[in-house]
Structures are given as C-alpha cells and as structure tokens.
Design a protein around this ligand. Sequence first.
Ligand code: JB2
Length: 215
Amino acid sequence: MNLPVIILGGGGHAKVLIEALKTSKRTILGITDADPAKHNMLIMGIPVLGDDGAVLHHLPGSIRLVNGMGSVNVPRARTALFEKFKSKGYAFVTVVHPSAVIASDVALGEGAQIMAGAVIQPGSTIGMNTIVNTKASVDHDCSIGDHVHISPGVTLSGDIRVADEVHLGTGATVIQGIRIGRNSLIGAGSVVVTDVPENTEYAGVPARQRASKIS
Ligand code: JB2
C-alpha cells in the first residue's frame, strides 16, 4: 500500500524530492519545517504544515516520511532527523526518480533517495538515508553506507567502499577499489586515487588530505 508521505524540511533538497515524488504519483500530505516563516506557505503547491510536531498528529502506521534535509558537508543534521523519527516508530520511504537507472540486484536501504539521472550498476548496495543525487553514478559492486551524500555528478568506479556519513562533493571522481572511511568529506571536483581514512577531509586533483579530524 502506498501510504501518503510527509517531507521533513522545505528547502532546496525538498524541491528535488517533491518533483521525484510527483513524477512517481506519490501522495504528499505536506512538509514540515523548523523555520516558522515557512509555516502555511506552499512549496511547489505542497502546504507547509508547521514544525516537526505536525508529524505526531499522524500515527506511525498511517503515513511514511521523506527526509527533506540535504547536507552541504557533514550530514549530521540529516542523520539526527532520520534517527529521531525512527525512534518514534515512523518509517521512511525510498524515493527513486523514474529516470534513474538501477540494476535489478541493487539493494536500497530504508529512506535512500536516488535522484534524476542517477545510475547504479550491478552488485552495489546503498545504505539507509543515503542520497545518490542528480546524475551521480555508482558503478558495479560498490558498497555505500548509511547517511551518505553522493552529490550531483559524482562518479564512483567499481568496487568502492564508502562508510557511513561520508559526503562526496559535487563532481568528485573516485577510481576503482578505493575505501573511504566513516564521516569523511571529499571536496567538490576532487579525484580520489588513494584510500581515505575516517574523519578526514580530502580535496584536489589528485585528492590530498586537507584537514585532519572532522569532529
Ligand atoms: O529539524 C528540522 C530542520 N532543521 C532545518 N526539521 C525540519 N522539518 N526542517 C528543518 N530545517 C529546514 O530545512 C530549514 O529551515 C530549511 O528550510 C530546510 C533546509 O533547506 P536548505 O535549502 O537550506 O538546505 P537543503 O538541505 O534543502 O539543501 C542542501 O542540500 C542539498 C542536497 C543545499 O545545499 C542544496 O543545494 C543541496 N542540493
């Protein structure tokens, strides 16, 4: 059964999700947003219902949620929002734009979001609450963790491991077989040719360590 959805957050990422959900003919009940100035507004024709308390007017079994918060660098706030509502018993839908190309054996975790023009090749797995954003490509046998953001235009070659809460900036390229550790940040346009330890920031062509520990 396709339960109606509420989107958490009404910014730029939410617009991309609304488009994907409308194209998939999913019913959107409304949006919640922490900014009172947005309350009662319409965003692409969808009403902003109030803050996240508005979700609690609906039993967990009667709706599904969509995490509308994107992430520019470290995805902590997005992760926290997902975990807060999971702990209250709510479930998140996976959002897949109809133009995405996803191999038949690919496993998508709860709340994964695969945006327009993305390509995911055979043998790959995508974790919970992870975004594969516009025109990103994930080649064969990649393992992508939870709460990861693969930004628009990122290219991941085959057999790559990306741990939880990694942010790959727009247009980054990663060669085959690379491991990227938990909570690391890859700068936009980087070309990653060596493994990346956890909690570090890499950037450049070829990518080098730019900052040590990310808290
Ligand atoms: O706890 C919250 C909360 N905190 C901030 N709950 C809810 N329901 N909403 C929250 N917000 C709201 O999320 C803010 O008030 C704001 O309206 C929205 C975030 O919008 P923004 O456009 O600033 O960021 P975004 O996350 O939608 O988009 C970022 O990430 C995307 C992946 C941008 O950088 C985009 O360019 C990028 N494509």
